[in-house]
Design a protein around this ligand. Sequence first.
Ligand SMILES: NC(=O)c1ccc[n+]([C@@H]2O[C@H](COP(=O)([O-])OP(=O)(O)OC[C@H]3O[C@@H](n4cnc5c(N)ncnc54)[C@H](OP(=O)(O)O)[C@@H]3O)[C@@H](O)[C@H]2O)c1
Length: 338
Amino acid sequence: MPTSTKLRFGILGAARINERLLPAIVEASNAELVAIASRRPGAAAETLAKYAPGRQGVRTYDDLDALLDDEAVQAVYLPMANHEHAEWALKAIRAGKHVLCEKPMALTVADIEAIEAAAREHKVVVMEGFMYRFHPQHARVRALVDSGLIGEVRAVHASYSFIMRPARLYRLAESTGRGGGAMWDIGPYAIHSARWCFETAPVAVTALAKYVESGADVTTSGVIDFGDGRHAHFDVSFEWARQSSYTLVGTKGGVKCHAAWQLPEDEPLVSWWTEDGQRGEERLPAANHFVLEVEHFCDCVLNGKAPLLTLEDAKLNCQAIAAVLESAASGRTVSLAD
Ligand SMILES: NC(=O)c1ccc[n+]([C@@H]2O[C@H](COP(=O)([O-])OP(=O)(O)OC[C@H]3O[C@@H](n4cnc5c(N)ncnc54)[C@H](OP(=O)(O)O)[C@@H]3O)[C@@H](O)[C@H]2O)c1
């Protein structure tokens, strides 16, 4: 049993997303940042200086394995490129570390099964980093739906798009098979939200995509069939104006979460309407979902609680994303039913 009230974290990779997660680990009440590693000489120290200026006592390594050998590190945050997640999650687990892994956890369900088996064997906690789920605005959406306000949920629209800045074009450098493109980058959020809205597994997917030369999708749209006429429409794009919302449409009305996958400057806003003419708009307090995510993960490890985001959930999300990519590539509907 851990004796500390803070989980000691190492960061495996000097990724750009450390801009958000490194300060979150520093800020989280039950986490302590003890190390960061990168394969590029000097990049770990540079990242630390940039996102936690003046922070003392954090070891920096120019070798990822050295961080895994560091006995002070109890858990790793894994923000590497998508195609590297499975390999390094397994290495970290086998080194006895708990793992908070960026989405998508892996590119195949088989890889997540291997992670699951290793986590069980080494008795460590592994969680996929869907930070958005920890923002209180989604609990408010759920409460509105559970109140019966909009009746039975029959449709979901999930849209995530923005114009890709030149500095982020590396996300289109790899083919979809190597985890590149919009579907593996922002698609996981749209799919995850749709599954969360319906609270059930999808049965089929139909999608279409536009690709760039590398084989990465720059835009993908589709319909996910949740059975009995319940449909989730989604679109993700790096060349459409910014959208970051999901809407649930029921038999009596609808609820919209306007800034679902929040940037720090976004204001949480939930609105709703009903067939009989009621309208509501709720501005909720700002919250840092990255800090809340880290605190939840630490709480699970330190106090033996089950993570909100399970590996079963990670497998279902991965399976749906793979089906979207298969459908877009083949032009056919892909069944997910056994
Ligand atoms: N939760 C969120 O809000 C959120 C947002 C964005 C991305 N993500 C996820 O986070 C992960 C990382 O995304 P990212 O965009 O931050 O990736 P990234 O900057 O490309 O970093 C990925 C890996 O590439 C290496 N790298 C970083 N900068 C590099 C550079 N300038 N030149 C060469 N190599 C470099 C790093 O490894 P070394 O340090 O070992 O070289 C790093 O671990 C992905 O899985 C992504 O899906 C999550």
